[in-house]
Design a protein around this ligand. Structure first.
Ligand code: ADP
Length: 612
């Protein structure tokens, strides 16, 4: 697996190799084109320079030929010792020399001895000097036009020599020589950008626009060539050293040299183009500085490097950005997928949960329904129970009630009998009184009947404001026969007298009847039987208490007396529901029955909400 860093290094290496390749190709191309341009320009200049040199030499070339046929020269050679002949010729040659603007003009005999010269009057005249070693002389003696470049052995001046044989009747008597100045040739072309060189057939530079290069050789010379130069005394007192360190052939007619530019520290790479001048036996060269071209190539390289580097950096940035965008896209897709999955999971969980909740809801609803039904059933059962308890109480009291009704009935019978007898005797007033008594008694019986009917009917259970005195009186109507029969003394205290509370008349009556009948049964067999009913209005509340002086409730039964069906009574006497139902009824009124402390016997009390 390639790391990011390694990738970077590889991409840089590829870029670097590509850069090097491009630089190489472009450099080679630029250099080649530059060199081609330089070559064309160099060729044109070289041609010009060669033509110029040709012109210079052509100007003097015919002069020795003309002089050779001059009778003055021929005669002097024939008769060198004739009086005034040499002196006359010297002046003649001096004139010719001045007119033709030559350096020296002189005549040599066939031994090479100079017999007359234009410089006869100067410090070091040529007269008497032998130049037979010079090649130009040797050429002339062969009947040819001798040409030669050399430094004058006497004058030490550079010059180009033309020599031509002086003949008489096809016999060579000697040679006439003209030496021309070549300094002007150098100076005229010196102010150019390019450098011109002229070398002799040995490769020694003798004309150059750069004086430093004079007498340098274009190539290292072989020892035998050096020896021949020495013999010809061509360059006396000169050391011939090579101009260039190395020489590379660039093209067939173009060579490259690295040369010392003299005072400059740096070395100069130049392009050398050459042309051979056949008549003169010279090689003309032009050296063109290639440094400008090298700088141009360098600039092109720098530009390409900069351009490609900028392109490379831009490409890197672009790729990096693309990669980052792709990464972001990937993260976004992954997050979206994760989000979608989480959403789906959540939705399915919500669905499951909703289904569970719906099921639970359904169950709860069912339970509520069941509960409501149970409650309805319970209420009905309770009502029935209450009614049953009522009837039970009534049953228990039936003996007393029976007695209570039988007594007036017996009285009514005797009042009726008495009334009948008084009517038969015509004693109307007494008969009327007896009838009146009958009426009162039936009234009394009807009242008992109303109370019993009231007590025994099923109550709606509605809570309203009830006068406590009224309720107690109603209850007493029911239990009175039994109380009387048992000989119980009853005490009622309602404070204040018009005390009212929130309750249901019939149900509250039932509670009081229950409590009083319990007390009554508990006190059975006692000598003194007392029941006290107290109703006290205390602030917002009414305290109702039923007290007796019976045996009270045994310790072991205290926990159980409010439990349904708990009874200590003999079978047939109690159902064990009296206290349970009474407590239930009082709870519906907002109170609670409790067994309170008492001096002796039992005291049951409860509170009701008072109404003003
Ligand atoms: P029942 O009267 O049918 O037995 P109750 O619920 O009215 O049912 O009473 C339960 C029991 O509480 C009675 O059996 C009795 O033992 C006791 N009890 C109730 N009132 C008194 C009282 N005033 N004195 C003594 N015991 C009582």
């Amino acid at each position: 697996m390639i790391t990011k860093k390694q990738k970077g290094v590889i991409s840089f290496l590829i870029f670097f190799s590509f850069l090097i390749l491009i630089l190489n190709v472009v450099s080679a191309w630029t250099y080649k084109r530059g060199m081609a341009d330089l070559k064309i320009q160099g060729n044109i200049r070289l041609e010009l320079y060669s033509n110029y040199l040709h012109g210079v030499l052509g100007k003097y070339e015919s002069l020795p030929i003309l002089l050779a046929i001059d009778s003055n020269l021929v005669n002097t050679l024939l008769h060198p010792f004739e009086e005034n002949r040499v002196e006359t010729l010297n002046k003649y040659l001096e004139t010719i020399n001045r007119v033709s603007d030559s350096l020296d003009t002189y005549l040599m005999n066939k031994e090479g001895l100079t017999i007359a010269a234009s410089n006869w009057n100067e410090k070091h005249p040529f007269i008497g000097q032998n130049f037979s070693y010079r090649p130009y002389f040797q050429e002339a003696m062969k009947g040819k036009l001798g040409r030669y470049f050399a430094i004058g052995t006497t004058s030490s001046k550079r010059g180009y020599y033309f020599a031509y044989p002086v003949e008489k009747d096809a016999e060579i008597l000697g040679a006439v020589v003209i030496k021309i100045d070549i300094d002007s040739v150098e100076q005229k072309w010196a102010q150019r950008d390019e450098s011109f060189l002229v070398s002799d057939p040995d490769g020694v530079v003798f004309i150059t626009t750069n004086p430093e290069w004079r007498y340098k050789t274009l190539r290292p010379l072989a020892p035998d060539v050096l020896k021949s130069i020495e013999e010809n005394k061509r360059y006396p007192d000169t050391v011939l050293t090579p101009l260039a360190d190395n020489l590379i052939t660039y093209e067939e007619d173009v060579q490259l040299l690295t040369i010392d530019v003299g005072k400059d520290i740096e070395k100069m790479r130049v392009m050398k183009q050459s042309q051979f001048m056949p008549h003169a036996g010279w090689n003309v060269h032009i050296l063109t500085d290639t440094r400008e071209l090298q700088i141009k190539v360098l600039l092109v390289n720098i530009l390409i490097t900069l351009g490609l580097t900028v392109f490379y950096i831009m490409l890197l940035l672009f790729l990096q950005r693309k990669q980052r965008l792709a990464e972001l896209n990937r993260i976004e897709t992954t997050s979206k997928k994760a989000l979608r999955e989480a959403n789906e999971q959540l939705e399915s969980r919500v669905l499951i949960r909703t289904q569970q909740l719906t099921a639970t809801n359904e169950l709860l609803r069912q339970e509520i329904l069941d509960r409501q039904q149970t409650e309805v059933k319970l209420k009905r059962t309770r009502k029935e129970l209450i009614h049953a308890a009522k009837l039970a109480v009534l049953g228990q009291m039936s003996a007393g009630i029976n007695h209570e009704l039988n007594q007036p009935l017996a009285a009514i019978r005797s009042y009726a009998d008495n009334g009948k007898q008084f009517l038969e005797k015509g004693r109307l007033d007494e008969a009327m009184w007896n009838l009146g008594q009958i009426g009162e008694l039936t009234e009394r019986m009807a009242q008992i009947g109303v109370q019993l009917k009231l007590f025994s009917k099923k109550s709606s259970g509605q809570i309203v404001t009830v006068p406590l005195h009224g309720v107690i009186d109603g209850a007493l109507e029911i239990v009175n026969p039994s109380l009387k029969k048992a000989g119980i003394s009853m005490t009622i205290n309602v404070i204040p007298v018009d005390l009212e509370a929130r309750a249901n008349h019939v149900l509250l009556q039932q509670v009081l009847v229950n409590l009083m009948s319990n007390a009554l049964q508990a006190m059975e067999g006692q000598e003194v039987k007392e029941i006290t009913i107290e109703c006290n209005g205390k602030g917002e509340k009414v305290l109702v208490a039923v007290d007796d002086n019976g045996p009270g409730i045994a310790e072991e039964h205290l926990q159980n007396i409010f439990e349904p069906f708990f009874t200590t009574k003999k079978s047939g006497q109690g159902l064990g529901l009296g206290l349970t139902i009474s407590d239930r009824i009082v709870r519906d009124f907002g109170g609670q029955i409790r067994l309170a402390r008492s001096k002796g016997g039992a005291r049951f009390e409860f509170t009701l909400e008072r109404t003003q």
